[in-house]
Ligand binder design. Structure first.
Ligand code: GTP
Ligand code: MG
Ligand code: ZN
Length: 223
């Protein structure tokens, strides 16, 4: 009997939809981020600050994924950008079909689509949603060795944002150590350190994102 690897099959089906999503977004120059982290590392908080800074210049759509509640989409929508929640029920990650279903052709009307994945440092890693890149968040105080304990997520991400740096004085956590641990797994990671309270590093993050948005638009226009 032929052994069928179900996980392989699911991922292959997912990759086909992800590829279709990516093609659509590359035509219009829509930049798509996939934010991943443990629960509570500050994904929604970072999205809120990002949309506040960039909504004047760019048209932004946010998709937030959680097992239950619409809380995150509501938090984002109050800043006046379009936001929808995907309630996954018992699924602990988003897949490309869920993103496609929420966006279809509408997604391409936006300059920036931010997808907040379900808080989970394990299984969102192999799921391509059609994003330009994954952004991994690790918060001060959640354990500086997280990157070496969960290497697939670090390998799958292009950017690391170390969050909640305002908490450093109250913990034994050191952002330099989080960064060093992440770079052991993926040496080419782009690393930011932010706090939404102080607000350290947010300008640097949003300026960099803005330059990526412009680069993507230019590539699309050159086609
Ligand atoms: N001190 C401090 N707290 C923060 C910061 N960013 C987020 N928080 C707090 O951390 C908690 C979790 O933040 P969220 O933005 O909800 O985190 P999340 O990653 O979206 O959480 P899930 O969607 O549940 O996975 C909230 O109480 C935030 O106010 C920060 O920079 N500094
Ligand atoms: Mg959230
Ligand atoms: Zn999962």
């Amino acid at each position: 009997m032929k052994k069928v690897d179900l996980r392989e099959k699911v991922l292959t089906a997912n990759d086909k939809i992800a590829r279709k999503n990516r093609e659509k977004f590359s035509e219009t120059g829509t930049l798509v981020l996939n934010l991943v982290s443990s629960p509570g590392s500050g994904k929604t908080a970072l999205i809120e600050e990002t949309v506040k800074a960039l909504k004047g210049e760019y048209k932004i759509f946010v998709i937030t994924g959680d097992l239950m509640t619409e809380n995150d989409a509501r938090r984002v929508a109050r800043h006046g950008v379009d936001a929808v929640q995907i309630s996954t029920g018992d699924a602990c990650h988003l897949n490309a079909r869920m993103v496609d279903a929420r966006l279809t052709d509408k997604g391409t009307l936006y300059d920036l689509v931010i997808v907040e994945n379900v808080g989970n440092l394990v299984c969102p890693a192999p799921y391509d949603l059609g994003e330009d890149f994954k952004v991994l968040l690790v918060a001060v105080g959640e354990g500086d060795d997280k990157p070496v304990k969960y290497p697939p997520m670090v390998r799958a991400s292009e950017v690391l944002v170390i969050t909640k740096t305002d908490l450093v004085p109250y913990t034994d956590s050191d952002p330099a150590r989080i960064k060093a641990n992440a770079l052991k797994i993926r040496p080419d990671l782009k690393v930011f350190q932010v706090s939404v309270k102080t607000p350290e590093g947010l300008d640097e993050w949003t300026s960099w994102l803005s330059s990526r948005l412009k680069a993507k638009k230019q590539t699309a226009q050159g086609k």
